[in-house]
Design a protein around this ligand. Structure first.
Ligand SMILES: [Zn+2]
Ligand SMILES: [Zn+2]
Length: 126
C-alpha cells in the first residue's frame, strides 16, 4: 500500500495531501526558518509537486506559505517541489527522521546534533 500524508493549519482553513515518501528531510536553523516558525529551527521534508494537493486560501510571503486566518506555518511551494513544515502534519510523531541538519552554526547551544543526520554549517550542496 502506498504511503500518504495529510496536514493543514491550526484552524483547518487550509488542508493538504501528499502521496508517497519525501525524497529529502531535515531540520534547518537558519534565520529565515527561525523567523518563519518563531522557533529555534524548522523540521521539514520535500516531495515533488506532482504528489501534492492543497485546498483552502493560503498566503505566501517570500516563498513561504501560511494560513491568513490562524497564521499556521505550512509549506514552501516551488515549480518542482514542495517543502512541508512537518509540524503541520496531522499525525505526530511521524516516522520522518531528519537526514540532514542545516545552518548548525546557528543551532542553539542547548540543542544536540540529530543522530545520523548530515551536518552542514550553512546550506547543503547535496
Ligand atoms: Zn488556519
Ligand atoms: Zn532554513
Amino acid at each position: 500500500m502506498a504511503s500518504s500524508y495529510e496536514g493543514g493549519c491550526r484552524c483547518g482553513a487550509v488542508r493538504y495531501q501528499l502521496g508517497g515518501e519525501p525524497y529529502k528531510s531535515g531540520v534547518c536553523h537558519c534565520t529565515e526558518c527561525r523567523r518563519e516558525t518563531g522557533s529555534a529551527f524548522l523540521y521539514y521534508a520535500d516531495w515533488s509537486t506532482d504528489s501534492f494537493t492543497v485546498s483552502g486560501d493560503y498566503k505566501t510571503y517570500d516563498g513561504r506559505s501560511f494560513c491568513p486566518v490562524c497564521g499556521g506555518t505550512l509549506f514552501h511551494l516551488s515549480d518542482d517541489h514542495v517543502e512541508i513544515a512537518l509540524g503541520s502534519l496531522d499525525e505526530a510523531p511521524v516516522a520522518l527522521v531528519p537526514l540532514r541538519e542545516g545552518w548548525i552554526k546557528r543551532r542553539e547551544p542547548w540543542l544536540v546534533a540529530v543522530v545520523g543526520a548530515g551536518q552542514f554549517r550553512e546550506d547543503t550542496d547535496l
